[in-house]
Ligand binder design. Structure first.
Ligand code: DSN
Length: 422
């Protein structure tokens, strides 16, 4: 019996059930992944006990010599991985990373120009209920109606018209490679700063598969837990001349003590992402996404932009008579986890949109390749075609669990197959 099991059986039980869900299902949420056992171990250490307000060598607490070494490692590794001059690894998550940049360079009421949430942007890119939309004047560009690619003519026209202080590139639901240099040209032409939120595709950038925003952006923000496969957290990269202002914004400007156990886990993640094996992993994510997209399109699903260049795809399930909410629920019943999502120019509402978003980073971590994607794709189609047949979805769930258990989740002992059982 574990310590937690005896100390708090209720929490323990839910963790066990979640572990089982993660091993027995097909995790296709585009922003999720499975960390390595080493990252997980670092995140669950005594470092959670330590306060370390400040920065290495300049802390407001004693006893920081070891966490200083860890934060220094994390910063150096982040800079080396992304070829950046400065890294702040203290933001607790991607939202805080974005907030740090906004508070560094913007005053309340300043204008930001960012991708519309309904076209693949993020809440922190100026959504009206989010701090970013409440503190700043957000103007949004979108994708083109014909090919669902970023409409750079519109970006340039809006920049000329509104003279934003900051242009934000990057997306949460955009299946194509983003041309950072084009954004940088528009920013330069309009005396704007450029921030790239690469949270979704940071792993692809680290592996050299997606063009890097670091050489052309004033600030690059990211999470560490999506394609980068680290702990749930965030970080910011910038040039040396912005470092002091950025650091002062993060602490004392908006956060107190950094989560040093998570900073340590980020350090581990950055080292892992610098390995040749990670480059191969990232290449496989993209290959898997292309294969899955092909299978789904062959089965009658329409994909925004007609396919994918990265780790994710946006499927219009109204093309087979469903809604995003119904599709998400049916897939969940079958043990396939996705999220409902708006598609560009969606006529439906966010809580029941026309699409679902699917990503391949997590299944690729489990060692799945193109052949497995064919199987996964046909299960997705099967579940969607039987969205109102609970018995069918339950049978699929059993087949999927038997299959999924053959692909280990890092750090979790293999679960014996339950083939033949109820
Ligand atoms: N909420 C995340 C996603 O799912 O894309 C972005 O931060």
């Amino acid at each position: 019996m574990s310590v937690l099991e005896s100390a708090d059986p209720a929490v323990w039980e839910s963790i066990c059930l979640e572990q089982r869900r993660q091993t027995d299902g097909l995790e296709l949420i585009a922003s999720e992944n499975y960390t390595s056992a080493a990252v997980m171990e670092a995140a669950g250490t005594v470092l959670t006990n330590k306060y370390a307000e400040g920065y290495p060598g300049r802390r407001y607490y004693g006893g920081c010599e070891h966490v200083d070494a860890i934060e220094d490692l994390a910063r150096r590794r982040a800079c080396s991985l992304f070829d950046a001059e400065h890294a702040n690894v203290q933001p607790h998550a991607g939202s805080q990373a974005n907030m740090a940049v906004y508070l560094t360079v913007l005053q309340p009421g300043d204008t930001i120009l960012a991708l519309d949430l309904a076209h693949g942007g993020h809440l922190t890119h100026g959504m009206h209920l989010n701090f970013s939309g409440r503190l700043y004047r957000a103007v949004h560009y979108g994708v083109r109606p014909d090919d669902h690619r970023i409409d750079f003519d519109q970006v340039a026209a809006l920049a000329r018209e509104h003279r934003p202080r900051l242009i934000v590139a990057g997306a949460s639901a955009y299946p194509r490679e983003i041309d950072h240099a084009k954004f940088a040209d528009i920013a330069r032409d309009n005396d704007a700063l450029l921030m790239v939120d690469m949270a979704h595709y940071a792993g692809l950038v680290a592996a050299g598969i997606h063009n890097s925003p670091v050489p052309v952006a004033d600030f690059v923000t990211s999470t560490s837990h999506k394609t980068l496969r680290g702990p749930r957290s965030g970080f910011v990269l910038c040039r040396q001349d912005r470092a002091r202002d950025l650091d002062r914004t993060v602490f004392p400007g908006m956060q107190g003590g950094p989560l040093m156990h998570i900073v340590a886990a980020k350090a581990v993640c950055f080292a892992e992402a610098a390995q040749p094996a990670f480059r191969e992993y990232a290449r496989q994510i993209v290959e898997n996404a292309r294969m899955l997209a092909d299978v789904l399109q062959s089965g009658g699903l329409q994909l925004a932009s007609g396919g994918t260049d990265n780790h994710l795809m946006l499927c219009d399930v109204t093309s087979i008579g469903l809604t995003g909410r119904i599709a998400e629920t049916a897939l969940d019943q079958a043990g396939i986890t996705v999220n409902k999502n708006m598609i560009p120019f969606d006529q439906r509402k966010p809580l029941d949109p026309s699409g679902i978003r699917i990503g391949t980073a997590a299944l690729t971590t489990r060692g799945m390749k193109a052949d497995e994607m064919k199987r996964v794709g046909s299960w997705i189609l099967d579940a969607l075609q039987h969205a109102d047949d609970t018995d069918h979805l339950q049978r699929l769930r059993q087949d999927i669990a038997d299959f999924a258990r053959c692909y280990p989740v890092p750090g979790i002992d293999p679960v014996p197959s339950q083939a033949g059982q109820d």
